[in-house]
Design a binder for this molecule. Structure first.
Ligand code: ATP
Ligand code: MG
Ligand code: FE
Length: 332
C-alpha cells in the first residue's frame, strides 16, 4: 500500500510517501518569510504553501520511485492549525485524490506528532504517556492504541514553545527563538536567575507567567546596566530553559504516577530541546521509566508523521469524503 501525505498546518510545507508502513522520504520546505516579523503571519503562510506545495509533492513522488497510478490514498492534515494554511493542503489533497480516483485520509496533526514514534524502532508499548510540546500545544496524552488517545492534561494559556519563542523575542532573538535559547543555554548556568515555576492543580499547565516574569526582570536589570542581556545571554537562556523544563517534567511525573505508566514519550517541536532531553533521561533513571525521544527531523512539523498516522487509518478503513473541510481547532 502506497500513500502520499501532505502537511501544511503552520509554516512548514511538507510531503512524504509511505509504502507498506515504511517511510520512503520526508520533503520539507520551511518558510523564511516570517523571520522578519518575529512570528508566523497567517496570510503569508498560506501564500507560501501555495508556492511550495506542488514542487514539494513532485519531489516526494519522484524521489519515491512510485508512480501516481500506484498510489492507494492521499493523506492530509485536517487540523489543528492555521485555517488558511490547512485550506491549501486540504484543497490540494482533495483534487489530487479526485483526479486519481483514490480515497482521502484526514489526519489530526497532534496525533501525528505522537505517531512519529512508530516510524523507527524502538517503539513505545501501549499504554504510554506522551508529553506533546510544540509551538501551539502542550499536552499530556494517555496513548492506549495507535488511534485511541486521551488528553489528560494541557496548557490553560500559552504553549511551552510559545513561552520559548516569546521570551526569546524579549531577548532580541529572531523567530523561532526556541532553538536559539537551547543553543545559548548550553554555555550558561541554569541556576543563575530564578523564575517562577507555575504549579496549577492537576495535570494542566500554565506558561503565561514566565513571559511576564522575564519581561519585568529584564526591565529592572537593563535600568542599571543597558548591556545586561548581551553580557549574560547564556545564563539568562539557561535559567529560562531550566524553568520551562522543570515545569514540564513536574507534571509528566505526576501523570505517570497517576496512570501507573512507565513507558514515557515526548513529541513535538520542543522535544528537540537538549535541556528537556537531558532532564528526561535523568528522571527516567530515577523513576524506572523507559523513554522514547523522536529523531530531530520528526520533532518539528513534517509529513512523515502524517503518513505514519495515515498508514494506521488505512488499515482500519478510515477514509474521508470529498466534502471534508479543515478544522483549525480540531480535537482528537
Ligand atoms: P503545533 O504542532 O502545536 O500546531 P507547530 O507545528 O508550530 O505547533 P512544531 O513545529 O511542532 O510546532 O514546533 C515548533 C516549536 O518548537 C517552536 O515554538 C520552536 O521554538 C520550538 N523548538 C524547536 N526546536 C527547539 C529547541 N531545540 N528548543 C526549544 N524549542 C524548540
Ligand atoms: Mg514551524
Ligand atoms: Fe506541529
Amino acid at each position: 500500500v502506497n500513500i502520499l501525505a501532505i502537511e501544511s498546518s503552520c509554516d512548514e510545507t511538507s510531503a512524504a510517501v509511505i509504502s507498506d508502513g515504511k517511510i520512503l522520504n520526508n520533503i520539507i520546505a520551511t518558510q523564511s518569510v516570517h523571520e522578519k516579523y518575529g512570528g508566523v503571519v497567517p496570510e503569508l503562510a498560506s501564500r507560501a504553501h501555495q508556492q511550495h506545495l506542488i514542487p514539494v509533492v513532485a519531489e516526494a513522488m519522484n524521489d519515491s520511485g512510485i508512480l501516481k497510478k500506484d498510489l492507494h490514498a492521499v493523506a492530509f492534515t485536517k487540523g489543528p492549525g492555521l485555517m488558511g494554511s490547512l485550506m491549501v493542503g486540504v484543497s490540494f489533497a482533495k483534487s489530487f485524490a479526485y483526479a486519481l480516483g483514490i480515497p482521502l485520509i484526514e489526519v489530526n496533526h497532534m496525533q501525528a506528532h505522537i505517531l512519529a514514534h512508530f516510524i523507527d524502532s524502538p517503539q513505545p508499548k501501549f499504554p504510554f504517556v506522551c508529553l506533546t510540546v510544540s509551538g501551539g500545544h502542550t499536552q499530556l496524552v494517555l496513548v492506549k492504541d495507535y488511534l485511541d488517545m486521551e488528553i489528560i492534561g494541557e496548557t490553560t494559556d500559552d504553549a511551552v514553545g510559545e513561552a520559548f519563542d516569546k521570551t526569546a523575542k524579549l531577548l532580541g532573538l529572531p523567530y523561532p527563538g526556541g532553538p536559539l535559547i537551547d543553543k545559548y543555554a548550553k554555555e550558561g548556568n541554569p541556576n543563575a536567575y530564578e523564575f517562577p515555576i507555575s504549579d496549577i492543580p492537576g495535570l494542566n499547565f500554565s506558561f503565561s507567567g514566565i513571559k511576564t516574569a522575564v519581561l519585568y526582570f529584564l526591565r529592572d536589570q537593563i535600568k542599571d546596566n543597558p548591556g545586561f542581556i548581551t553580557e549574560n545571554l547564556a545564563d539568562i537562556c539557561a535559567s529560562i530553559q531550566h524553568t520551562l523544563v522543570k515545569t514540564l517534567l513536574q507534571k509528566l511525573k505526576k501523570a505517570a504516577q497517576m496512570h501507573n505508566v512507565k513507558e514515557i514519550a515526548i513529541a513535538g517541536g520542543v522535544s528537540a530541546n537538549s535541556g528537556l532531553r537531558e532532564a528526561l533521561k535523568m528522571m527516567a533513571d530515577k523513576q524506572g521509566w523507559k523513554i522514547y525521544i523522536p529523531k530531530f527531523e520528526y520533532c518539528t512539523d513534517n509529513a512523515a508523521m502524517i503518513a505514519m498516522a495515515a498508514h494506521f487509518k488505512y488499515q482500519k478503513g478510515e477514509f474521508s469524503g470529498l466534502d471534508v473541510v479543515p478544522e483549525a481547532r480540531m480535537k482528537f
